[in-house]
Design a protein around this ligand. Sequence first.
Ligand code: 1PX
Ligand code: ADP
Ligand code: CA
Length: 555
Amino acid sequence: MERPGRLLLQSELRVRNAAYDVSLSRSLLIWKRRTSSPVYHPFRPSVCHSVPVSEIISVREEEEENGSRQRDDGSWKKIREREGKDCRQAFTVLYVERCRQHRWRCAEVTFTCSDEAVCQHWVSSIREQLASNTSRPKHLLVYINPYGGKRQGKRIYEQKVAPLFTQAGIATSVIVTEYANHARDHLKMEAELKKFDGVVCVGGDGMFSEIIHGLIWRTQIDCGVDPNSTEEALSPCSLRIGIIPAGSTDCICFASVGTNDPVTSALHIIVGDSQPLDVCSVHHNNMFLRYSVSLLGYGFYGDVLSDSERKRWMGPARYDFSGLKMFLTHHYYEGTVSYLPAKGIIGTPRDATRCRSGCVICQHNGQLNSERSEKYEMDEASDSESSGEWRTIRGKFLAINAASMSCACPRSPKGLSPAAHLADGTTDLILVRKCSRFNFLRHLLRHTSKDDQFDLTFIEVHRVRRFRFMPRHCQSDSDLELDLHENSKRQIFSQICKDHPACGCAPAYSSWNCDGEILTHTAIDVRVHGQLIKLFARGIEELPVFEDLSNPCAI
Ligand SMILES: CCCCCCCCCCCCC/C=C/[C@@H](O)[C@H](COP(=O)(O)O)NC(=O)CCCCCCCCCCCCCCC
Ligand SMILES: Nc1ncnc2c1ncn2[C@@H]1O[C@H](COP(=O)(O)OP(=O)(O)O)[C@@H](O)[C@H]1O
Ligand SMILES: [Ca+2]
């Protein structure tokens, strides 16, 4: 908790008919009950409250009319009756209150005072402090996907989010999308981005993917960078993106905020939080395909996604249905994975440390990456195979997953790679080699328990900044000649197996699940661009273990 600093204002005000010493500094608003008895009352509710000024949402004057007070939003409130006849003026402060499991709520406290000038002074001082905070957005461009998740995006925004933006004095331009890629193309071609301080995405991971594709593309064009290039360093996007979760998995929101709750997300946007995020670019034969921020998954997660798209009518449950089906089908895929291990960074995928608010690993590695990108051309040369840094693994895989963040979500609160970082410039490459159904189930189940899902002989995990995948049937002739005999047998079977997937033999190809979208190519080249975009978030907050000694209420 912050120390109060130099006081801007201090008065005796009343809260629910009790006298409080109230003070305002640049960093804190504190209200402390005046007590005649110094004796500690164990059953009396807490008598000292403090709110960081950065977490005040707004301040509202209460107006007096016919002996009762009226909020300036028009609803009646009998404050005078409750608070004694001496009280003439009142103002209400709306602020962030933390609830269970990383949820935030909008709480309010009404202060009354007998002197109108004092009241006015308080309101204007708090407003001045809020206005001096330049990180808060004033005008947002909102895209709503009415079709994602349980099709509640529009209702969620209108009922839970829009009223909070209004309270906080944020102006919005709202677009309800009419078709897939509407938001992406609007951002690419039409949106007047200079007018806005941020973009809000109401939907799931797929909708977020649309937003980043529009925004990254537009930023490169505006900065004179070729967005399709494999060689050029991409320019970071200055506009932050807020995610109001209204999709099926919503793992980008969950992994960066700690919960999938529209009100919590709206409050992180209002207070102007900022969380950088790594982005992977995916190319095929030097042709740009897509960006990814969460999961790039071949095999199991690719098959789950392809199968579940046909069952969208089931809503979010389609993933469990297709998950079970693909678990039983138990397909494996052959191919070659090559990767460049991330060097010079701190942290490994097997760490007990988690990426949390103000993560020092992201700061350290982020700094390292920006130094690297300054000498970018040199690094590109050293990235080549000839430098010998590349490592290659050939094999049969049930799944090849690259997690650029933990991918925590309600299905797996620790995620696919629990120690992955939001902004360290790396992705965790998880290889699940062919194993029995029983072993694969053990691996899957460990996503939902405290046990380490990587501590199994058929799992490998590497922290990388670039990787490539080549399915076996795309490999060069010389590679294929190595096992020609086996290959010819497999080609016959794979044709049969496409028509009869239940026979237990693997079809030749899976597809890539790229943040919930299916990629059209299987041979891909993936590069991490550290901290390319920013979210209106702060990372998952560490839960307080004990009361901090710097608590201003203890002073
Ligand atoms: C037996 C229980 C096993 C639970 C294993 C859970 C692992 C879940 C990891 C989820 C990682 C999610 C990464 C995020 C992906 C999203 O970008 C993406 C798109 O999201 P959107 O719809 O919001 O746009 N979502 C997805 O691709 C969904 C992936 C969901 C996979 C669910 C898998 C369920 C597996 C069930 C296996 C059941 C075996 C039971 C045997 C008795
Ligand atoms: N108005 C629309 N109609 C149909 N599809 C849309 C629309 N707007 C966006 N989409 C697409 O819907 C898909 C799923 O969106 P998303 O919000 O991620 O929901 P879910 O989490 O349920 O998949 C995305 O591929 C997105 O491009
Ligand atoms: Ca990362």
